[in-house]
Design a protein around this ligand. Sequence first.
Ligand SMILES: NC(=O)c1ccc[n+]([C@@H]2O[C@H](COP(=O)([O-])OP(=O)(O)OC[C@H]3O[C@@H](n4cnc5c(N)ncnc54)[C@H](OP(=O)(O)O)[C@@H]3O)[C@@H](O)[C@H]2O)c1
Length: 213
Amino acid sequence: MTTIGIIGAGHIGSQIARKAVELGYDVVISNSRGPETLAGLVAELGPRARATTPAEAAAAGDFAVVTVPLKSIGDLPVEPLAGKIVIDTNNYYWERDGRFPALDNGEETTSGLLQKLLPTSKVAKGFNHIMAREITSDGAPAGTENRRALATASDYLDASDLVTELYDEFGFDTVNIGPLSESWRVERDRPAYVIRQNAAELKENLAQATRTI
Ligand SMILES: NC(=O)c1ccc[n+]([C@@H]2O[C@H](COP(=O)([O-])OP(=O)(O)OC[C@H]3O[C@@H](n4cnc5c(N)ncnc54)[C@H](OP(=O)(O)O)[C@@H]3O)[C@@H](O)[C@H]2O)c1
């Protein structure tokens, strides 16, 4: 039985939890306000889910999903995530997150920043360019014509492989962009961002992206 530790229980965290439970994963989910505030979600998710603190969710997960606003990544529990694959859904909204000069200058990527904060974890970008509601509605079995594709990126092959397997189970093809340093190609305001596209279309959109907007 595989357990996913989820940090962040908002639009994306709750949707990943719903699909994961449907697929037979155990889910340990957390937010900033405490597990008692997730009683309704846990009741909806059923016996495969429980709510706890971010540190305990990180510790319980065979791998983790970090799905908090970018401005909060400095609060993440570093030690319990050590050695684990961490799927990062982050996007940079300066209107919400404040200014990150390294992102504004095109020197860093959102997931690259997370990797630096979690140096002993294996960060992989995932689920950052799909609207939350579409995680449970847009998947289709492997081999379906025009199946939707999602991108990943990581400095660790086993991390991008895990995202690829998870995407397939969730109903999506994968396009692997390569290392985190290239993950800007699927960030906000680029051609591949939050549109429905198959693998060929996604590859083309990634290739057309420019570094700074
Ligand atoms: N919404 C989308 O369709 C979408 C699509 C792709 C990617 N994304 C990206 O994915 C990330 C999450 O987006 P979202 O829409 O799911 O956000 P959201 O609905 O605002 O949910 C954010 C979650 O993070 C939790 N959180 C905030 N600070 C935390 C901390 N320090 N420790 C633990 N948990 C914390 C919040 O808990 P509390 O409520 O208790 O504060 C909440 O459960 C963002 O970077 C976003 O840009 C969003």
